[in-house]
Design a protein around this ligand. Structure first.
Ligand code: GLA
Length: 654
């Protein structure tokens, strides 16, 4: 009996000890004690207990002794090994940027899933507290993204940031990246005519089209059924002139070289609509931002031809912000005041001869774009069109521009509010001015999606309209923008496209210093596949003179581009979504379907495509679009292993 009592008390003691062990306070591990130098950031220092400028961390007037000061876009990966319990931080834009316009979003991802996200936090605004459960999570990602206004002044602090841990301590790690891999075979030496099947112009307007064709040069071109007013240069394949009469012209293009020949039907529609397929080209912003000048635009033009990209249909060379003179400048070293005595925009030291530049681009058979906005200034503070709309549109047309990106930004100061009439007004004004020029100018609205622009962008004359804020070269940005397009497919079609912003592959940087995109190879395949499915304008955002083989491979798969350029113009929609897996599909003109199997999770996953969600009956073949090879017949379902953040892009055809 005594022995029993003794055992009983021992058992009680063990239970109490176990309980107190269980309840032992977890260790606190400060984020700033980790190797935050492994983070990727947009600018400045990776501040250990300081801001990205090296100042003490201050949010909302309060100073914090501990934290990580960074700058958007910022990514920091941390291995937790499943032993962390919570992560805590106070986050916001550092007070050192109080007088400026920083705005950021903080996100915390656990094993690829979003655990929490702040609202948009701004300079001079409130900070937010993050307190997330980490139990069972292996890899954590702390991300800070800039918002629609770009990344300027986005000094972001993870203040008072710590982990509660039992067991293995968290360790900062480099971003886990797979090696770059090329999937697409090289184009054959025999001629292959690429590019759209349909092309819109207005009768009597200047027409320029360089037939995109791969294959060994020299190639001899011929076109049957060319409308009156157009002529072909047989050796360059450049068609110029003005279509005399409205109509639909079914032409046949033939390209011949010493290895063989290829013909393709090409419909020219001379009516009242241009951009019948999404524009393909280059834009200066994501690489050079304000470090742009005339020579760089010429170099991009040469690279478009010499890299072979033009042979796949890439045809616009678009200048973004900062080409003009600062609105308050009278600095003679730059070119003096922005406008002459008649109020016309002047050329300047960075762009000394704009007409010469546009002629140069046109001589290559390419088209050229310009940037401005409805406010007194552009986003970067340069002279814009406010109260000079008609003169500026005329000037753009006289210079020979074929594309205008028209960016809201500073019009914020003019607009009374964000009511629909106020949002539409400046775009209607410029559209009328453009119509008067008698030139085919693609009209690209840029106002980040305000007032659901997709519902009225076409009505105010837009050929495309940005649906989101600015993209940056990180997964959080590309993922949220790209997959955030679900539901917008109803508002896009030939002549009027949703635009989820420019491409961030290759060497980008928003200024003089460039870096390779922070997207992993799989993320880049996802980016291009999704944008192709979305029938988005594709504007390459990198330095064209530094294209590497991997980037070129991404941009020169004619079957991927055919999906983007399909004449039906039906933007893909999301047809399946479950735990990080998404399937997007669109119908194509020939009765086939383009289907993207996406894996947004942090681990590779098997994605199952059920025939039933495609609504098709009969015999179909599945084609791997990136590899350009058939996989086999479609049964009741098709499964593929898709890497983390990767894609399998399919064409399912009869
Ligand atoms: C805005 C636009 C960007 C770019 C910059 C230029 O942020 O959204 O695409 O044009 O302005 O300042």
């Amino acid at each position: 009996m005594k022995a029993h009592i003794y055992k009983f008390f021992i058992a009680i003691l063990i239970m109490i000890a176990a309980d107190s062990l269980y309840a032992a306070p977890p260790d606190t591990v400060w984020l700033s004690k980790l190797d935050v130098s492994l983070a990727t950031t947009g600018w400045g220092q990776k501040g250990v207990n300081t801001s990205c400028m090296g100042n003490p961390i201050r949010l909302n007037g309060k100073e914090y002794r501990s934290g990580f000061g960074t700058h958007a876009p910022s990514l920091l990966y941390i291995k937790l090994s499943g032993d962390a319990m919570r992560f805590h931080a106070i986050v916001g834009v550092d007070d050192e940027e109080k007088k400026t316009a920083g705005s950021v979003i903080f996100s915390v991802f656990g094993d690829g899933e979003l655990l929490c996200q702040t609202s948009t936090l701004v300079s001079n605004g409130v900070s937010e507290e993050i307190n997330v459960n980490l139990v069972g999570i292996d890899t954590l990602l702390l991300a800070v993204d800039g918002t629609s206004d770009g990344i300027s002044f986005d000094h972001a602090d993870w203040a008072d940031a710590y982990f509660l841990v039992r067991g293995t301590k968290p360790v900062a790690i480099s971003r886990p990246l797979e090696p770059a891999y090329i999937l697409t075979p090289k184009a054959p030496e025999t001629p292959r005519i690429n590019g759209p099947k349909v092309y819109g112009t207005r009768p009597g307007h200047d027409f320029i089209y360089r037939i995109p064709a791969t294959g060994e040069r020299p190639i001899k071109f011929s076109v049957k059924g060319l409308p009156k007013g157009l002529s072909l240069d047989k050796s360059t394949g450049i068609i110029t002139g003005k279509v005399e009469n409205a109509g639909r012209y079914e032409t046949t293009i033939t390209a011949r070289n010493s290895k063989g020949e290829n013909s393709k039907k090409f419909t020219i529609i001379a009516g009242n609509q241009i951009a019948l397929t999404p524009p393909l080209g280059w834009n200066s912003w994501n690489c050079f931002a304000c470090a742009i000048d005339q020579e760089k635009v010429k170099a991009a033009t040469d690279a478009m031809i010499n890299s072979g990209l033009a042979d796949y249909g890439w045809s616009y060379i678009n200048i973004d912000d900062c080409w003009m003179i600062q609105s308050d400048s009278d600095d003679p070293t730059l070119g003096g005041t922005p406008r002459d005595e008649n109020g016309n925009m002047k050329t300047n030291k960075k762009f000394p001869d704009i007409k010469d530049l546009t002629d140069y681009v046109h001589s290559k058979g390419l088209k050229i774009g310009i940037y401005s906005g409805p406010g007194p200034r552009t986003c970067a503070g340069y002279t814009a069109c406010y109260q000079h709309e008609e003169a500026d549109a005329r000037q753009f047309a006289d210079w020979g521009f074929d594309y205008l990106k028209y960016d809201w930004c500073d019009y914020e100061r003019i607009a009374k509010d964000h009511s629909l009439p106020e949002l539409k007004k400046p775009y209607i004004v410029m559209n009328e001015a453009l119509e008067k020029t008698g030139r085919d100018i693609v009209y690209s609205l840029c106002q980040y999606g305000m007032g659901d622009v997709w519902r009225w962008g076409a009505e105010v004359g837009g050929n495309c309209w940005r649906t989101t804020g600015d993209i940056t070269d990180n997964w959080a940005s590309v993922e949220s923008i790209g997959f955030g397009q679900a539901g917008l497919e109803y508002f896009s079609g030939p002549g009027h496209w949703n635009d989820p912003d420019m491409l961030v592959v290759g060497k980008v940087g928003w200024g003089p210093a460039l870096h390779p995109t922070n997207l992993s190879p799989n993320e880049q395949y996802t980016h291009i596949s999704l944008w192709a499915l979305l029938a988005s304008p594709l504007l390459i955002g990198c330095d064209m003179t530094q294209l590497d083989d991997f980037t070129l491979n991404l941009l020169t798969n004619n079957e991927v581009l055919d999906i983007n350029q399909d004449p039906l113009g039906m933007q893909a929609g999301r047809i399946f979504k479950e735990e990080g897996i998404e399937i997007w599909a669109r119908n194509l003109e020939d009765g086939s379907k383009a289907v993207g199997l996406f894996n947004r999770g942090m681990r590779q996953a098997t994605v199952v495509l059920q025939r039933s969600i495609l609504n098709i009956v009969g015999d179909y073949t599945i084609r791997d679009v990136w590899k350009q090879e058939d996989i086999g017949p479609l049964g009741e379902s098709y499964s593929a292993m898709v890497p983390s953040h990767g894609v399998k892009l399919l064409r399912i055809y009869k």
